[in-house]
Design a protein around this ligand. Structure first.
Ligand code: HEC
Length: 170
């Protein structure tokens, strides 16, 4: 008797996946890939293809291009309360997990990354030009991800204003 139950389960179990209700996840009301044109929501980041800085080829190119950006790219956003406040928001959303709330490189995810996230309060970072930082945020680093498609240009400048005004040591 036990064997019969076992046999039925084996046979029954095998056929369950072929029954119609197993497709519920697929047939749910949702937009399928390439089904129709979906307009991006208002305020989402447009892929304009107008990014001025070319994507780096390798790590050496990142380092070289960061320095070049120092000489060529300048911050168009004035440092004021509104900019710092927006920068703080962007920082909390995108950077804090790695660099930590105080910028020390001790965020929850940051603790697991090699090389570890840079301490943003150090002179090495604080004395950098804004163009160089912009390049880092736009194209990332060795372990740091790039944000050219996730953070709008204007918000990248706000976050730089925040890092430079609020994360420098007392
Ligand atoms: C996934 C973790 C991670 C996130 C998120 C992250 N970073 Fe980083 N960051 C790193 C790591 C790791 C380094 C050092 C090594 C490297 O260049 O990748 C670094 C380095 C830096 C540097 C110094 C680069 C240099 O050598 O000149 C700056 C400036 C910086 N990050 C700013 C930011 C800002 C601003 C954000 C948010 C927009 C951010 N990071 C988000 C991991 C991260």
């Amino acid at each position: 008797m036990r064997w019969l139950v076992f046999l039925l389960l084996m046979v029954g179990g095998g056929s369950v996946s072929a029954l119609p209700w197993s497709k519920d996840m697929v047939d749910q009301p949702s937009v399928k890939p390439q089904e129709k044109l979906v307009r991006e929501a208002v305020g989402s980041v447009p892929a304009t293809g107008k990014e001025v800085m070319p994507v780096p080829r390798d790590v050496a190119d990142v380092v070289r291009s960061r320095l070049e950006a120092s000489r060529k790219v300048f911050n168009p956003v004035v440092v004021d309360e509104a900019s710092i406040a927006r920068g703080k928001e962007v920082y909390a959303i995108h950077c804090e997990v790695c660099h930590g709330a105080g910028g020390k490189g001790d965020g929850v995810v940051g603790k697991k990354i090699v090389p570890p996230p840079m301490d943003l309060s150090t002179d090495y970072v604080q004395l950098q030009s804004e163009g160089q930082m912009f390049y880092t945020i736009t194209h990332g680093g060795i372990a740091m991800p790039f944000y050219r498609d996730a953070i709008k240009v204007i918000d990248r400048w706000h976050v730089i204003n925040f890092v430079k005004s609020e994360l420098k040591p007392e």
